[in-house]
Write a protein that binds this ligand. Structure first.
Ligand code: ADP
Ligand code: MG
Length: 281
Protein backbone atom coordinates (compact mmCIF):
# COMPACT_ATOMS: atom_id res chain seq x y z
CA UNK A 1 0.00 0.00 0.00
CA UNK A 2 1.25 3.46 -0.89
CA UNK A 3 2.09 5.91 1.88
CA UNK A 4 -0.76 8.24 0.94
CA UNK A 5 -3.64 7.03 -1.22
CA UNK A 6 -6.34 9.27 -2.58
CA UNK A 7 -9.23 7.46 -4.18
CA UNK A 8 -11.88 9.52 -5.97
CA UNK A 9 -11.65 12.30 -3.39
CA UNK A 10 -14.08 15.19 -3.72
CA UNK A 11 -14.00 17.96 -1.15
CA UNK A 12 -16.22 21.01 -0.72
CA UNK A 13 -15.51 23.81 1.78
CA UNK A 14 -18.42 24.76 4.07
CA UNK A 15 -21.05 26.96 2.41
CA UNK A 16 -19.42 26.56 -1.01
CA UNK A 17 -21.33 25.18 -3.99
CA UNK A 18 -18.38 24.09 -6.06
CA UNK A 19 -15.95 21.47 -4.86
CA UNK A 20 -12.33 22.60 -4.37
CA UNK A 21 -11.10 19.05 -5.11
CA UNK A 22 -12.92 16.94 -7.69
CA UNK A 23 -12.56 13.17 -7.99
CA UNK A 24 -8.86 13.14 -7.18
CA UNK A 25 -7.07 9.80 -7.24
CA UNK A 26 -3.33 9.55 -6.67
CA UNK A 27 -0.76 7.46 -4.84
CA UNK A 28 2.16 9.03 -2.98
CA UNK A 29 5.14 6.80 -2.18
CA UNK A 30 7.57 7.28 0.70
CA UNK A 31 10.81 9.04 -0.15
CA UNK A 32 9.65 10.62 -3.38
CA UNK A 33 9.54 14.29 -4.32
CA UNK A 34 6.20 15.47 -5.76
CA UNK A 35 5.83 18.83 -7.47
CA UNK A 36 2.39 20.43 -7.69
CA UNK A 37 1.60 23.12 -10.25
CA UNK A 38 -1.47 24.68 -11.85
CA UNK A 39 -3.40 27.89 -12.19
CA UNK A 40 -4.66 30.03 -9.33
CA UNK A 41 -7.57 28.56 -7.37
CA UNK A 42 -6.78 25.19 -8.96
CA UNK A 43 -6.93 23.42 -5.59
CA UNK A 44 -3.21 23.16 -4.80
CA UNK A 45 -3.46 24.55 -1.27
CA UNK A 46 -6.59 22.52 -0.60
CA UNK A 47 -4.69 19.38 -1.61
CA UNK A 48 -1.96 20.33 0.91
CA UNK A 49 -4.63 20.88 3.57
CA UNK A 50 -5.97 17.40 2.88
CA UNK A 51 -2.55 15.74 3.11
CA UNK A 52 -2.04 17.37 6.49
CA UNK A 53 -5.54 16.45 7.71
CA UNK A 54 -6.66 20.10 8.05
CA UNK A 55 -9.23 19.09 5.46
CA UNK A 56 -11.63 17.98 6.85
CA UNK A 57 -10.64 18.31 10.54
CA UNK A 58 -10.01 22.06 10.71
CA UNK A 59 -11.89 23.35 7.67
CA UNK A 60 -14.83 20.89 8.10
CA UNK A 61 -16.86 20.81 4.87
CA UNK A 62 -17.76 17.69 2.92
CA UNK A 63 -15.19 15.02 2.03
CA UNK A 64 -16.20 12.20 -0.29
CA UNK A 65 -14.19 9.23 -1.54
CA UNK A 66 -11.34 7.66 0.39
CA UNK A 67 -8.07 9.17 1.58
CA UNK A 68 -5.58 7.22 3.67
CA UNK A 69 -2.21 8.03 5.20
CA UNK A 70 -0.19 4.98 6.26
CA UNK A 71 -3.39 3.02 5.87
CA UNK A 72 -5.36 5.26 8.26
CA UNK A 73 -8.50 6.98 7.05
CA UNK A 74 -7.95 10.77 6.97
CA UNK A 75 -11.53 11.26 8.19
CA UNK A 76 -10.76 9.61 11.51
CA UNK A 77 -7.01 10.19 11.78
CA UNK A 78 -5.47 11.76 14.91
CA UNK A 79 -4.37 15.17 13.55
CA UNK A 80 -2.03 15.90 16.46
CA UNK A 81 -0.20 12.67 15.81
CA UNK A 82 -0.16 13.45 12.10
CA UNK A 83 1.59 16.76 12.83
CA UNK A 84 4.56 14.81 14.19
CA UNK A 85 4.74 12.85 10.92
CA UNK A 86 3.99 15.51 8.35
CA UNK A 87 5.48 19.01 8.54
CA UNK A 88 3.39 21.63 6.73
CA UNK A 89 4.80 24.93 5.54
CA UNK A 90 1.82 27.18 4.82
CA UNK A 91 1.48 29.34 1.74
CA UNK A 92 1.11 32.42 3.92
CA UNK A 93 4.09 32.77 6.30
CA UNK A 94 2.08 35.22 8.42
CA UNK A 95 -0.22 32.37 9.41
CA UNK A 96 2.71 30.20 10.39
CA UNK A 97 4.50 32.58 12.71
CA UNK A 98 3.03 32.23 16.19
CA UNK A 99 3.18 35.93 17.07
CA UNK A 100 3.73 35.07 20.73
CA UNK A 101 7.51 34.69 20.71
CA UNK A 102 9.91 37.59 21.16
CA UNK A 103 12.72 36.31 18.99
CA UNK A 104 13.20 34.32 15.83
CA UNK A 105 15.25 31.86 17.88
CA UNK A 106 12.30 31.15 20.18
CA UNK A 107 9.97 31.04 17.20
CA UNK A 108 11.96 28.22 15.63
CA UNK A 109 12.37 26.47 19.00
CA UNK A 110 8.67 26.51 19.92
CA UNK A 111 7.75 23.33 18.03
CA UNK A 112 10.71 21.44 19.47
CA UNK A 113 9.80 22.59 22.99
CA UNK A 114 6.28 21.31 22.47
CA UNK A 115 7.73 17.97 21.44
CA UNK A 116 9.68 17.87 24.69
CA UNK A 117 13.09 17.93 23.05
CA UNK A 118 15.90 18.48 25.53
CA UNK A 119 17.21 22.09 25.80
CA UNK A 120 20.76 21.48 24.61
CA UNK A 121 19.49 19.69 21.56
CA UNK A 122 16.99 22.45 20.82
CA UNK A 123 19.79 25.02 20.74
CA UNK A 124 21.89 22.80 18.51
CA UNK A 125 19.05 22.14 16.09
CA UNK A 126 17.94 25.78 15.88
CA UNK A 127 21.49 26.98 15.16
CA UNK A 128 21.98 24.30 12.54
CA UNK A 129 18.76 25.06 10.69
CA UNK A 130 19.34 28.83 10.95
CA UNK A 131 22.67 28.39 9.23
CA UNK A 132 21.14 26.19 6.54
CA UNK A 133 18.36 28.70 5.76
CA UNK A 134 20.72 31.66 6.12
CA UNK A 135 18.86 33.45 8.91
CA UNK A 136 21.58 33.41 11.57
CA UNK A 137 21.64 37.20 11.62
CA UNK A 138 17.89 37.27 12.36
CA UNK A 139 17.86 34.97 15.40
CA UNK A 140 17.62 37.77 17.98
CA UNK A 141 15.08 39.80 16.03
CA UNK A 142 11.39 40.11 16.81
CA UNK A 143 9.46 37.89 14.33
CA UNK A 144 6.90 40.66 13.88
CA UNK A 145 9.52 42.99 12.47
CA UNK A 146 10.61 40.76 9.61
CA UNK A 147 10.09 41.40 5.91
CA UNK A 148 7.95 38.99 3.88
CA UNK A 149 10.97 37.12 2.55
CA UNK A 150 12.53 36.85 6.01
CA UNK A 151 9.26 35.58 7.46
CA UNK A 152 9.05 33.02 4.74
CA UNK A 153 12.51 31.70 5.57
CA UNK A 154 11.77 31.66 9.32
CA UNK A 155 8.49 29.78 8.74
CA UNK A 156 10.37 27.32 6.56
CA UNK A 157 13.09 26.86 9.21
CA UNK A 158 10.60 26.35 12.05
CA UNK A 159 8.94 23.46 10.21
CA UNK A 160 12.15 21.89 8.90
CA UNK A 161 13.55 21.94 12.45
CA UNK A 162 10.86 19.45 13.49
CA UNK A 163 12.54 16.84 11.29
CA UNK A 164 9.36 15.00 10.29
CA UNK A 165 9.48 12.21 7.70
CA UNK A 166 7.29 14.12 5.26
CA UNK A 167 7.08 17.77 4.29
CA UNK A 168 4.16 19.45 2.56
CA UNK A 169 5.41 22.81 1.36
CA UNK A 170 3.10 25.40 -0.21
CA UNK A 171 4.84 28.03 -2.36
CA UNK A 172 7.84 28.59 -0.07
CA UNK A 173 9.68 30.94 -2.42
CA UNK A 174 6.95 33.38 -3.46
CA UNK A 175 8.60 36.23 -1.52
CA UNK A 176 12.20 35.30 -2.31
CA UNK A 177 14.72 36.48 -4.90
CA UNK A 178 16.37 33.96 -7.28
CA UNK A 179 19.28 33.28 -4.88
CA UNK A 180 16.93 32.73 -1.95
CA UNK A 181 14.77 30.49 -4.11
CA UNK A 182 17.73 28.40 -5.27
CA UNK A 183 18.83 27.98 -1.64
CA UNK A 184 15.40 26.71 -0.59
CA UNK A 185 15.34 24.24 -3.48
CA UNK A 186 18.78 22.98 -2.48
CA UNK A 187 17.60 22.39 1.08
CA UNK A 188 14.50 20.57 -0.14
CA UNK A 189 16.70 18.47 -2.39
CA UNK A 190 18.94 17.61 0.58
CA UNK A 191 15.87 16.58 2.58
CA UNK A 192 14.88 14.28 -0.25
CA UNK A 193 18.37 12.75 -0.29
CA UNK A 194 17.86 12.04 3.43
CA UNK A 195 14.84 9.94 2.46
CA UNK A 196 12.12 12.46 3.27
CA UNK A 197 8.89 12.53 1.30
CA UNK A 198 8.25 15.96 -0.22
CA UNK A 199 5.12 17.52 -1.68
CA UNK A 200 5.98 20.96 -3.01
CA UNK A 201 3.60 23.48 -4.57
CA UNK A 202 5.66 25.87 -6.68
CA UNK A 203 5.28 28.07 -9.73
CA UNK A 204 8.96 27.90 -10.63
CA UNK A 205 8.55 24.93 -12.87
CA UNK A 206 12.11 25.01 -14.28
CA UNK A 207 13.37 24.19 -10.80
CA UNK A 208 10.72 21.54 -10.20
CA UNK A 209 11.77 19.94 -13.49
CA UNK A 210 15.28 19.53 -12.06
CA UNK A 211 14.28 18.05 -8.74
CA UNK A 212 10.81 16.48 -8.67
CA UNK A 213 10.26 12.75 -9.29
CA UNK A 214 6.60 13.21 -10.16
CA UNK A 215 4.41 16.16 -11.06
CA UNK A 216 0.75 16.84 -10.38
CA UNK A 217 -1.16 19.48 -12.32
CA UNK A 218 -4.32 21.00 -10.83
CA UNK A 219 -6.99 22.94 -12.69
CA UNK A 220 -10.34 24.04 -11.24
CA UNK A 221 -10.18 21.34 -8.59
CA UNK A 222 -9.31 18.57 -11.06
CA UNK A 223 -6.06 16.68 -11.23
CA UNK A 224 -5.54 17.08 -14.98
CA UNK A 225 -2.14 15.38 -15.13
CA UNK A 226 -0.01 13.34 -12.76
CA UNK A 227 3.01 11.09 -13.19
CA UNK A 228 6.76 11.07 -13.86
CA UNK A 229 8.09 14.63 -14.21
CA UNK A 230 9.46 14.19 -17.73
CA UNK A 231 6.20 12.78 -19.07
CA UNK A 232 3.96 15.37 -17.46
CA UNK A 233 6.06 18.41 -18.33
CA UNK A 234 6.50 17.35 -21.97
CA UNK A 235 2.79 17.79 -22.59
CA UNK A 236 2.29 21.11 -24.39
CA UNK A 237 -1.48 20.90 -24.10
CA UNK A 238 -1.14 21.74 -20.40
CA UNK A 239 -0.26 25.31 -21.39
CA UNK A 240 -3.85 25.91 -22.48
CA UNK A 241 -5.01 24.70 -19.09
CA UNK A 242 -3.13 27.30 -17.09
CA UNK A 243 0.00 25.29 -16.27
CA UNK A 244 3.45 26.71 -16.81
CA UNK A 245 6.00 24.52 -18.54
CA UNK A 246 9.82 24.63 -18.43
CA UNK A 247 11.55 27.11 -20.74
CA UNK A 248 13.30 24.23 -22.48
CA UNK A 249 9.94 22.69 -23.44
CA UNK A 250 8.81 25.99 -25.00
CA UNK A 251 12.18 26.36 -26.72
CA UNK A 252 11.86 22.84 -28.11
CA UNK A 253 8.45 23.76 -29.49
CA UNK A 254 9.91 26.81 -31.28
CA UNK A 255 12.68 24.62 -32.72
CA UNK A 256 10.12 22.12 -33.96
CA UNK A 257 8.16 24.85 -35.75
CA UNK A 258 11.40 25.73 -37.53
CA UNK A 259 11.93 22.12 -38.55
CA UNK A 260 14.51 21.15 -35.93
CA UNK A 261 13.61 17.91 -34.15
CA UNK A 262 15.32 16.83 -30.96
CA UNK A 263 15.29 13.21 -29.85
CA UNK A 264 12.84 13.87 -27.02
CA UNK A 265 11.33 16.89 -25.30
CA UNK A 266 13.96 18.27 -22.89
CA UNK A 267 12.48 19.31 -19.54
CA UNK A 268 15.77 20.42 -18.00
CA UNK A 269 18.53 22.72 -19.25
CA UNK A 270 21.11 19.96 -18.97
CA UNK A 271 19.04 17.58 -21.08
CA UNK A 272 18.42 20.32 -23.64
CA UNK A 273 22.10 21.16 -23.97
CA UNK A 274 23.18 17.54 -24.33
CA UNK A 275 20.60 16.94 -27.06
CA UNK A 276 21.67 20.07 -28.94
CA UNK A 277 25.30 18.95 -28.70
CA UNK A 278 24.36 15.56 -30.16
CA UNK A 279 22.75 17.26 -33.14
CA UNK A 280 25.80 19.44 -33.74
CA UNK A 281 28.14 16.47 -34.06
N1 ADP B 1 -11.12 28.38 3.44
C1 ADP B 1 -11.81 28.36 2.29
N2 ADP B 1 -13.18 28.45 2.30
C2 ADP B 1 -13.88 28.41 1.16
N3 ADP B 1 -13.36 28.28 -0.06
C3 ADP B 1 -12.00 28.18 -0.14
C4 ADP B 1 -11.17 28.21 1.03
N4 ADP B 1 -9.87 28.10 0.62
C5 ADP B 1 -9.91 28.00 -0.72
N5 ADP B 1 -11.17 28.05 -1.19
C6 ADP B 1 -11.60 27.91 -2.59
O1 ADP B 1 -11.20 26.65 -3.07
C7 ADP B 1 -10.69 26.72 -4.40
C8 ADP B 1 -9.27 26.21 -4.46
O2 ADP B 1 -8.43 27.09 -3.74
P1 ADP B 1 -6.92 26.77 -3.37
O3 ADP B 1 -6.83 25.37 -2.92
O4 ADP B 1 -6.45 27.84 -2.46
O5 ADP B 1 -6.22 26.89 -4.82
P2 ADP B 1 -4.69 27.22 -5.21
O6 ADP B 1 -3.83 26.95 -4.03
O7 ADP B 1 -4.42 26.31 -6.38
O8 ADP B 1 -4.65 28.65 -5.63
C9 ADP B 1 -10.81 28.20 -4.80
O9 ADP B 1 -12.01 28.35 -5.54
C10 ADP B 1 -10.90 28.92 -3.48
O10 ADP B 1 -11.64 30.10 -3.59
MG1 MG C 1 -2.49 28.12 -2.97
Amino acid sequence: MAFIELNDVTYTYPLMKEAALKNISYKFEKGKFYGVIGENAGGKTTLCNLLRGLVPHFYKGKLKGSATINGEDIKTIDVDKLSTQIGYIFQNPFTQISGVKKSVFEEIAIGLENLGVEKGEIIERVLKIAKLVNIESLLQKNPNELSGGQRQRVAFASVIAMDTDTFVIDEPTSQLDPDGTEAIFEIIHTLKEQGKTIVLVEHKVDLLAEYADEMLVMNKGNLIAGGPTKEVLSDLSLLEKGAMLPHTVLFNHELKLKGVELEHVPVTKEDCISQLKLRMK
